[in-house]
Write a protein that binds this ligand. Structure first.
Ligand SMILES: [Zn+2]
Length: 185
């Protein structure tokens, strides 16, 4: 973001960006949100451009999601990564249109309670995500790895911690048609 913006009010000064923590009350709950704005170094007028207003709106939507008990954008992103799908496939699997996940993850929009419930179902109920994939015709290679997958220089892939190889027995490998699912027990 450029900082070399002249003030549209006085035409003399330059606008300097600021970020403050503000409090936003929603349904009797007070949440801290980010307030982005610019101040003219000549006339001192505070103003927010479209980019700053967008950031403020996202911060408010994130706070509303928290009050409503919905997954935040960050949590939706984490869920999608855990399920191992890109944004495009995720919108085919869950619905909501081609740019739905970009909007959920940036906190541009709030997902419905119904959509939020489906996300949680896909995450928490074994087989639910595979069912949704099958219904939407999206073939997803899902690998649920709680521990890190390590790829050595020779290309050997190991799962789990280095210091305890016996943990390999704690993994169960299942094939769902073309999909490989690795689950801990
Ligand atoms: Zn000014």
């Amino acid at each position: 973001m450029t900082t070399n913006r002249s003030c549209p009010i006085c035409g003399k000064g330059l606008l300097q960006r600021h970020k403050e923590v503000a409090f936003f009350t929603y349904k009797n709950e007070s949440k801290s949100v980010n307030d982005h704005f610019s101040v003219c170094d000549s006339c001192g007028v505070e103003q927010a451009d479209t980019g700053e207003m967008k950031l403020n709106k996202r911060s408010v939507i994130k706070a509303k999601k928290e009050v409503e008990g919905l997954l935040t954008g960050e949590e939706v992103l984490q869920m999608r990564k855990t399920l191992g799908v890109n944004q495009e496939d995720a919108s085919k699997i869950f619905g909501g249109g081609p740019v739905a996940f970009s909007k959920y993850e940036k906190d541009d929009v709030m997902q419905s309670v119904a959509m939020d419930n489906i996300f949680r179902l896909a995450m928490d109920v074994p087989g639910a995500f595979e069912y949704l994939c099958k219904r939407s015709g999206v073939s997803v290679r899902k690998i649920n790895v709680i521990w890190t997958a390590r790829v050595s220089e020779s290309g050997y892939v190991s799962f789990g911690s280095n210091d305890n190889s016996s943990n390999e027995s704690a993994w169960e490998i299942t094939h769902y048609e073309n999909n490989l699912v690795l689950e801990s027990h």
